[in-house]
Design a protein around this ligand. Structure first.
Ligand SMILES: Nc1nc2c(ncn2[C@@H]2O[C@H](COP(=O)(O)OP(=O)(O)OP(=O)(O)O)[C@@H](O)[C@H]2O)c(=O)[nH]1
Ligand SMILES: [Mg+2]
Length: 213
């Protein structure tokens, strides 16, 4: 398929054949309490590795990844280059760095740990913290450590309720097995691209459904 570059925000006129690629850049912030697996998710996604040992993130770390997305209904292909900002999961640190860390964020991966209920409860503080600086940007709620379901401290109904409270979708991931990790970043990328291009929510749903397994 031959792909042409189009300007961001441009939408192809009705009847134009598929094949346009829109390049976008974006900033994504990982948030959530200490040891929920923020760095592990980024490492799994960007480098496809996992380490059982816990090395607390000191300050912040930034990695980059390009995500290819398609919006079949609009016949738009997006190449989204995401800088993924990984933060140390401590509330005091959040208060110290919020302005610089969250400035310009276009999307949030808000991570909780399935084995520690308080990390789900604390997501509100993290999400509010980003939204105070970056505005009402897309949020994807991630319940990580899905491989430890025998040690779960909350169930799907509670996750749904919390996600509905934030008005955002949610997924369960495992940085250890890799399950749903690329899908999670892809879903957030799709939400960001859709918001940037002014596409509607149902257009956003198509690529998510097609790629979330
Ligand atoms: N079983 C299991 N362990 C995980 C998973 N993700 C992360 N871990 C482990 O959880 C611990 C914490 O992971 P990190 O990725 O360092 O957590 P973090 O959220 O970046 O922590 P801070 O940098 O302190 O905020 C490590 O020992 C990881 O190996 C997972 O999906 N399953
Ligand atoms: Mg970390």
């Amino acid at each position: 398929m031959v792909r042409r570059r189009v300007k961001a925000k441009a939408r192809p006129p009705e009847g134009e054949p598929s094949g346009n690629v829109t390049r976008m850049r974006t900033k994504v912030c990982m948030v959530g309490d200490g040891a929920v697996g923020k760095s592990s998710l980024v490492r799994r996604y960007v480098l496809d590795v996992f380490d059982d040992s816990y090395l607390r993130t000191l300050g912040t770390k930034v990695l980059k990844k390009t995500i290819d997305l398609e919006f079949p209904r609009d016949r738009i292909a997006i190449q989204l280059t995401a800088t993924i900002w990984d933060i140390m999961g401590h509330t005091e640190f959040r208060h110290l760095v919020a302005d610089t860390y969250f400035a310009g964020a276009k999307g949030i991966l808000a991570v909780a740990d399935l084995t520690r209920r308080e990390t789900l409860v604390n997501l509100a503080g993290w999400i509010d913290g980003v939204r105070q600086v970056a505005g009402n940007v897309p949020v994807l709620m991630v319940v990580n450590k899905g491989d430890l379901s025998d040690r779960a401290t909350f169930g799907p109904a509670e996750v749904r309720e919390v996600a509905e409270g934030f008005g955002c979708p949610h997924v369960t991931t495992s940085a250890k097995t890799g399950k749903m990790v690329p899908a999670a970043f892809r879903i957030l990328g799709t939400m960001i691209a859709a918001a940037g291009l002014g596409l509607s929510a149902d257009e956003t749903a198509a690529p998510i459904a097609a790629r979330s397994t």
